[in-house]
Structures are given as structure tokens and as C-alpha cells.
Design a protein around this ligand. Structure first.
Ligand code: 3HC
Length: 704
């Protein structure tokens, strides 16, 4: 694209209007900054221009630097927009709609004035992609809002709504935004003759705040230490804001630039950039026509008011969508609604939700006792007990009561959706919409394509997930679908390693050091060991060759079902969730190993990490080979949003590439020799290793 077309300049009524037009989000891609500079210079030179407006065409102001350019060699620009704005003699007003993020807000902060429409959002989210604001944001923002608020905004990366931005002085005025260009021109005319020009770089009064609160930087370090463990960017953001308070402006800018340079190519920044694009790519399903006419989903129903059904109902209410929650048992329904109320009340108590918002959300959830009452909803999600006969009965009922064009979704986590769809007269309108626990919190929304699911149904389900703020990901219909299936080897090795001599707290520590917020055994204790025990027993009853897991089984049989019992893999004090290592567990492990003739040995941390993660990489490859997922990066996104995989590692396959497919394949092949069939290497993995290929770039040949 040529410079002329990405940035336009025209003059109306004495006001030069600079319009950035670089779809979809006006990122500062090739030619954009140069285009803005050229326009500013034109405006300066034109005697008819009294002031200028900087605005974005399309849906937004400027979403920041072009993230795709990071990590690639770039020429040092001869001039920077910020400097040109600082040196300008005519006032420039940034007129913000949509988003002013990162370099977008930095450009706006270098303008003399900022106005925004009520729905606009501003922020410096660079930390979320492992870097820091490198266009003066760490130096200008503290000069406006004070270093304390700047720390909060820069280290969290949060988006700030227009009204808060106005209160904090980031923007000067809120304009209606009915006709952005016209209103911005009118506003600019109002300040065109004002002198001197207000420049943020010249302000220092807010920086004095640090004198009354010199500990604010250490407080920020403590506040973010846990959340940002293993990542260098938050610390460098803090250092940059500290520099704003201790160095003259130009020196502070140089410090910011140096710190930015230290981060741009860090492994964490590369991983976070990968995650950013993978999260967008996952929305695309190859082969789906772009012009599909999707059925509209405005009203939802959820069948089953248990913990899962309740969480699902909340996910719709949270997004402002009306939802009916049906359960044949009045008691279960009342308990379900009570649980929803309690969950919201906890958020109100914590301050993350207002009472008013809670009341609004509760009013969107209508409990009903008969299936007939949900018949007029556009779609329904079934979340009843995980048994095929029960699901089939529900779907027969749904087929009977739901209006003919309603979509029927199941939240099953493993059952064959073709069998469920087959009991209805509309299998083309049936798909899986699989939530992760807790359903109202976890962002992953796995959409399962059964063999008769129509493309419209599939696309509507994907859109439904996105509409409620989740990340929709495609999976084929197979046991465990894509996410849970790829996770099975992890859980299996976790338990087998304990039989072989690794201790639960050692494994937890390895995974926490790797970046998981909580180790897998602690997670098991929180969710309760009894559920998976019951599943194992059911599977054993159906298949005599199924291998039970003697250690977790023994724990459950000894009443150690987890946190709720005060003991599981760990021991807990009454009223306290802190896990304590328990010698009784060690004794039980030793006893079971002896009884089962398993020789125990010690494990290195590396072996633990690789045993836990390599099996799932192998399974990812098998899933792709079978065409049950679109691409490796989708599975990475599923692990980020379904299982808490550390984001700054990009994803499982991305992390695998840091070791190399060859090393992983060789180790898996060796374990195949040693441990047998469960480590059988996938063909796709073998081919990738031989070709020195990238795991994260793998794709299914064909979806099946
Ligand atoms: N660079 C390159 N591409 C970008 C981009 C960016 N900064 N921001 C968005 N895009 C692309 C997306 O990849 C997507 O492309 P696709 O259609 O090919 O998948 C497209 O724009 C639309 O993006 P979304 O799907 O995310 O659109 P939404 O409307 O849901 O969200 C948004 C809009 C809130 C602006 C979101 O895109 C976003 O958060 N973008 C990133 C913002 C950001 O991090 N800015 C800081 C960049 S770093 C920087 O500025 C450094 C500076 O300090 C020097």
C-alpha cells in the first residue's frame, strides 16, 4: 500500500485533517508513521491551516504499532511522529474512537489535545505482548496521570474507558461521536488560536507524587510479582516509569528505548506475540464459505441446573443474553439458582461486580421446570449427566419441544455426538459446545463438529462462543475431542510418575516453576479426586483391560478426596486452603508401589517436565493426523484458555519448538521402547522431526 493511501490529508474550514486509513485497525504498519509525519509537515507549511486533527478511518483510531513487524529487522526511522508533534507550531487534536492503544495512544499523548467518543478505550497494553510502550508512553503518561496510576495502567496493560480517561486527564473532552470528523473539526477550531501549545513533555507537576510515596515502585513490584512470574516485561515497565520520575524527559525517552530494545526479542515476547496471533487465527475454519447465512441466536436455554449448567447460564447472563435454565427437579433448580446467586454475591463482595450489575445478570436467567417452556429459544445447550442414555432422552425431548430452526448443542466432554444427533430429526442442527470448568470463567469454548453438523450450525456455534467473550476453537468428533484428549497423556504420566517414585509436591513445584499458576496435584485436590475415581470405575466396569490408578484410587478409598475433605494429595488445616506435604501420602505411595512390584527411583526436574508434556505433544500430532483439529496453534490456544498453560511460553507446541521436534521425537521413541504402546510416536511427529520442521506450524491435511 502506498503512503498516500494509508494516510490522507485534507483541509476543511482552516483545519487540516489527517486520517489514518490502514484497515482493519489502523496499526502503525509500513508507511503509516511516515504518512502522518508528511501530513503534519504539510499542515505546518500551509498558511490556510490553523490547527490539525489526527483521526482514524473505519472502526478505530490507532491500535498501536504493527505487531507483525516486531522481531524483524527494521530501519531506524529518520524522524518520529512524537518529535515532529513536539516541535510543531500548530495545535494538533487527536480525535479518538474505537481504540487508542500502544503506539496509538502514544501518538495521541504527543498531540496537544485529545478528545474521544464515549465508547472509546485507551491503554498501553504492550506488557501483554512482552514489551513496554516504546513511543514515549512510559514518559508522557506519568506526566498526565501521575506515576502511580501510570504504573497500574502500564504494568496491567488494561484498557481504560473514555469516562475514566477524562477523569484522569488523559483526554480533554468527550464528544458525542455522531459525526467524528465534523465534531473534531469544530473542537479544533475552538482551540486553534490558543497559545502556548500544551505539550505533555513539559509537564512535571504530577511527577512530584513520588516524593510523598517513594515506595510506590516496590509496591508495584510486589503487587505484580505473582501474576507476572517468569516475565521480564513488567519489571522493565516499572523501571521505565521510575525513569520518568528521576530523569529529564529526553533521558527518560532514551531509557525507555533501551529497555524496549532489551525486550523486543526476548523469548517471552516472541511467545506472547505468537499467542496473540494464534488467538485470532483459531477463529478461521478452512473450507467454511465466507458468505454463510448464519441463524441468529438471541435467546438461549440450558438444560441441567447442576454446577456446569449453572456456570453455562452465567456465561450468557454475563454477556447480557437472556437465558432459560431448565431442570425437571424443582430442588435442583432452586439449588442451581442459589449457587449462581452465591457466585455473583462473592464477586460483589470482592468488588469485581456491582450489586446493580449482579441484579441485572440474575434477572436475565429465568428458571423453568418444563422443557416446553424453552421451546421458543433460538438455541439450547444440554448440560446433564454424562451418560449416553440420559443424553439421548434429553435430545429426543429437545427435538420435540424446540422450534424447528433452533440449534441443539451438547456440552458433553467425551460422548459421541453423532449418536446423540441421531435421535433427533435435525442432526444438521446439532453440534458440541464444550465448556471448561468453571464454565463462566474459563475462556475456551470448544465447538465440536459432528458428521452431520451443517456448516451454518458450526459457524453459528463458533460465533456464539465469541459473542459471549470466549475463544471458540474447532474440534472433530472423537473421544475427548481435541482439548481434553490432548491432555490425557499429561494426567496419565502425572500419576504414573508418582508410582515410579516422583513425589506430588516435586511434580507440582516443577510445573509451577515452569509457569503454571498451580501444580496439577493441587488442582486435583481443588476439584476433588472422587469424580475421576468414579469415571475410572465406570470405565473399568465397561472394559476389564482398563488400567485403574492404584495411588489416587487408594487416596479416595481412604477418604482423601481433596480439599473439601481436608486431605487429598496434600493435607489442609481447617478453614485454610494452603496445601501441606503429608507423610501419610508418601507412605501410601510406597505401599502401593511395593504391592504392585513397581521399583521406585528418583526423577530430575527435567525428566518430570518432559514426561508430562511430551506425551501431549505426541497426542496433538495424532489429533492433527486424524483431522480432528485444524492446526497446532489452535491446540496451543486451547491449552492457554482451557488448562492454564503459561501464556509467556506461547503454547505447548510453540514451547516444543524451543527444544526442537527432533529432540522430542527421539525421547518419545526411547520411551516407546521402555514403557510400551502409550508412547508410540505419531507419524506426523516423526516426519516433522526428520524434516526439522516446526511443531507450531503443523496443520491437518483435511478435517474429518
Ligand atoms: N498489529 C498488527 N495487527 C493487529 C494489531 C496490531 N497492533 N492489532 C490488531 N491487529 C489485527 C489482528 O491480528 C486481526 O487480524 P486478522 O483479522 O487478520 O486476524 C485484526 O487486526 C483485527 O483484530 P481483532 O480480531 O483483535 O479485533 P478486535 O476488534 O477484537 O480487537 C483490538 C481490536 C482491541 C485493537 C485488538 O486487536 C488488540 O488488542 N490489538 C493489539 C493492541 C496492542 O497490543 N497494541 C500495542 C501494540 S505494540 C506498540 O504499540 C508498541 C509501541 O509502544 C512502540
Amino acid at each position: 500500500m502506498s503512503e498516500q493511501s494509508v494516510v490522507r490529508f485534507d483541509v476543511e474550514d482552516g483545519i487540516g485533517v489527517i486520517t489514518v486509513d490502514y484497515p482493519p485497525v489502523n496499526a502503525l504498519g509500513p508507511g503509516v508513521s511516515d504518512g502522518i509525519i508528511a501530513a503534519l509537515e504539510k499542515g505546518e507549511a500551509d498558511p490556510n491551516v490553523r490547527a490539525m486533527v489526527l483521526m482514524g478511518a473505519g472502526r478505530t483510531f490507532i491500535a498501536g504499532a504493527d505487531i507483525r513487524q516486531f522481531g524483524k529487522p527494521r530501519a531506524v526511522p529518520a524522524k518520529r511522529t512524537y518529535d515532529v508533534l513536539d516541535q510543531g507550531k500548530k495545535p494538533v487534536v487527536a480525535a479518538i474512537h474505537g481504540y487508542a492503544l500502544g503506539g496509538g495512544l502514544e501518538n495521541a499523548l504527543a498531540c496537544h489535545y485529545r478528545v474521544a467518543v464515549p465508547s472509546a478505550k485507551v491503554g498501553l497494553p504492550e506488557v501483554q505482548i512482552g514489551i513496554l510502550p516504546g513511543g514515549g508512553g512510559t514518559q508522557r503518561l506519568p506526566r498526565i496521570v501521575g506515576p502511580k496510576v501510570a504504573l497500574d495502567m502500564i504494568v496491567s496493560g488494561r484498557h481504560v474507558p473514555a469516562d475514566e480517561a477524562k477523569t484522569r486527564g488523559i483526554i480533554d473532552d468527550i464528544i458525542p461521536g455522531k459525526d467524528l470528523r465534523k465534531e473534531a473539526i469544530a473542537w479544533a477550531k475552538g482551540i486553534a488560536d490558543k497559545r502556548p501549545l500544551p505539550r505533555v513533555r513539559d509537564r512535571s507537576e504530577r511527577l512530584a507524587e513520588v516524593k510523598t510515596d517513594p515506595g510506590m515502585f516496590d509496591t508495584a513490584r510486589k503487587q505484580y510479582a505473582r501474576r507476572m512470574r517468569g516475565q521480564p516485561a513488567p519489571e522493565k515497565c516499572i523501571q521505565a516509569v521510575e525513569a520518568a520520575c528521576t530523569q529529564p524527559f529526553d533521558e527518560g525517552i532514551a531509557t525507555e528505548r533501551r529497555l524496549f530494545g532489551e525486550l523486543e526479542n526476548s523469548p517471552e515476547a516472541k511467545a506472547l506475540r505468537y499467542a496473540f496471533f494464534a488467538e485470532r487465527e483459531i477463529a478461521r475454519i478452512p473450507g467454511l464459505p465466507k458468505d454463510l447465512k448464519l441463524p441468529e441466536i438471541k435467546t438461549m436455554a440450558v438444560v441441567g441446573a447442576g454446577t456446569m449448567g449453572g456456570g453455562i447460564a452465567m456465561s450468557f447472563a454475563d454477556a447480557g443474553m437472556p437465558v432459560k435454565l431448565v431442570d425437571a427437579s424443582k430442588e435442583v433448580l432452586e439449588r442451581g439458582i442459589g449457587r449462581i446467586r452465591d457466585n455473583y454475591a462473592t464477586s460483589v463482595k470482592r468488588g469485581s461486580l456491582t450489586q446493580e450489575e449482579m441484579d441485572k445478570r440474575i434477572s436475565l436467567i429465568t428458571p423453568v421446570e418444563t422443557m416446553e417452556e424453552i421451546g421458543d429459544c433460538d438455541a439450547v445447550i444440554e448440560a446433564v449427566f454424562e451418560r449416553m442414555d440420559v443424553k439421548k432422552d434429553v435430545f429426543k425431548e429437545l427435538d420435540r419441544v424446540m422450534k424447528p430452526d433452533a440449534l441443539l448443542f451438547t456440552n458433553t466432554s467425551a460422548l459421541d455426538i453423532d449418536q446423540i444427533a441421531a435421535v433427533t430429526s435435525r442432526p444438521e442442527k446439532v453440534a458440541g459446545t464444550h465448556y471448561f470448568v468453571p464454565a463462566n470463567v474459563m475462556k475456551l469454548f470448544e465447538v465440536v463438529n459432528a458428521s452431520k453438523t451443517a456448516p451454518e450450525t458450526l459457524a453459528a456455534a463458533m460465533k456464539l462462543g465469541r459473542d459471549i467473550g470466549k475463544i471458540s476453537g474447532y474440534a472433530g468428533n472423537c473421544d475427548g475431542f481435541a482439548a481434553n484428549r490432548s491432555r490425557i497423556p499429561f494426567t496419565m504420566e502425572q500419576n504414573l510418575m508418582v508410582e515410579e517414585g516422583a513425589l506430588p509436591h516435586q511434580i507440582d513445584k516443577v510445573m509451577e516453576d515452569f509457569g503454571y499458576p498451580v501444580g496439577p496435584f493441587k488442582v486435583n485436590d481443588m476439584s476433588g479426586l472422587d469424580i475421576s475415581y468414579d469415571t475410572r470405575k465406570r470405565r473399568k466396569a465397561a472394559d476389564p483391560n482398563y488400567r485403574m490408578l492404584p495411588i489416587p484410587d487408594g487416596l479416595v478409598e481412604a477418604g482423601r478426596v481433596g480439599l473439601k475433605a481436608g486431605k487429598g494429595w496434600y493435607r489442609y488445616e481447617k478453614g485454610d486452603r494452603t496445601p501441606h506435604v503429608d507423610p501419610e501420602v508418601e507412605a501410601l505411595i510406597k505401599k502401593v508401589a511395593t504391592e504392585n512390584n513397581i521399583t521406585q527411583r528418583s526423577f530430575t526436574n527435567e525428566e518430570i517436565l518432559h514426561r508430562l508434556l511430551f506425551g501431549s505433544i505426541n497426542e496433538f500430532c495424532k489429533i492433527l493426523e486424524e483431522g480432528k483439529a485444524v492446526r497446532a496453534s489452535d491446540l496451543d490456544v486451547m491449552w492457554l484458555h482451557g488448562f492454564g498453560f503459561p501464556r509467556y511460553r506461547g503454547g505447548l507446541m510453540f514451547w516444543g519448538d524451543t527444544l526442537g521436534a527432533r529432540e522430542i521425537y527421539n525421547q518419545i521413541a526411547a520411551w516407546h521402547q521402555r514403557y510400551g504402546a502409550r508412547w508410540k510416536p505419531s507419524e506426523l511427529l516423526r516426519r516433522t522431526a526428520e524434516a526439522n520442521g516446526k511443531l507450531a506450524e503443523l496443520k491437518a491435511d483435511k478435517l474429518r
